[in-house]
Each structure stands twice: as C-alpha cells, then as structure tokens.
Write a protein that binds this ligand. Sequence first.
Ligand code: 4NP
Length: 152
Amino acid sequence: MPIRVLMVCLGNICRSPLAEGILQNKIDPKICRVDSAGTANYHVGEAPDKRSIVTAKKHGIDISSQRCRQIQTSDFETFDFIYVMDKNNYKNVLAIAPNERAKSKVQLILNESNPGQNLEVPDPYYGELNGFEEVFKMLDDACNHIVQKINS
Ligand code: 4NP
C-alpha cells in the first residue's frame, strides 16, 4: 500500500495544489500518493489559481487538471500524513480531527525542512506572481525532505 499524503491550505487553489504537484513529481506513485484540499469551501470545483499553474509549469509540472475540494473527516482515515501550510490551517484542521491519532497526522510542512521552527508558507493569493515562485521554492525544499523521509 502506498503512503498517502494530503496537502492542505485555506483555499486549495494556490499553495496546496503546488505542494501536491511538487511531491507527486518527485516520487513513484507505487510508493506515495498525493492529494490536496482546503479548509474553506470558497473555490470548490475550481482549477488552481492561474499563477500557481504558471509557476508549476515553469518548473515542468502540470497542475492544471487538479480541482479544488474541502477537507473532510474521512481524510483523517485515508491519509497517513496531513501537511498544512500555516498556523491557521493547523488550527482549523485540528478542530475537525475526530481523535488524537488523527491529530498526530497533522504537521506544518516547513517543519520537514526546518525542524522545530514552526515556519509558515505565506499566502500568495493577494500578492504578485513572484510570491508564487517564493512559495514554490519553500515547498520544493520541504518536499525533498519528505521524499528522503519516505524513501529511508
Ligand atoms: P491558498 O490561498 O490557501 O493558498 O489556496 C488562498 C486562496 C483563496 C483565498 C484565500 C487564500 N480566498 O480568500 O479566496
């Protein structure tokens, strides 16, 4: 059974679609399956933000067929690791976790690349395109660490 990883942000149109595409691109699907979701339902059914699509494409990753969905309680059963982008996501995801085991699956993604620092992936939604490139770099670094962990 492959390891299952869920990437979570607020809208599921900017940061977590990038995280999904980046990790998927680095790892054999026989080893690890990746999905993403948002804590909010504002954009359910939509494709990722154009700026995320363009940024991923610049790095050879196609995320255009992803569709936004909201996190649901059953995700705590389905997934082994649930990575959140910021402390608000962390709070909102823990609030719907059914039990302690579910809570223990949730981590800030940048703690993989910067252990114990509780750093956040900034929300690029209201900013410029270069904010998406910054987010890509942070997530790429974190995903390299996740791949190392999974493959070790
Ligand atoms: P994301 O960014 O959480 O990285 O997908 C956002 C996308 C949309 C909104 C907020 C953040 N919004 O308020 O619609």
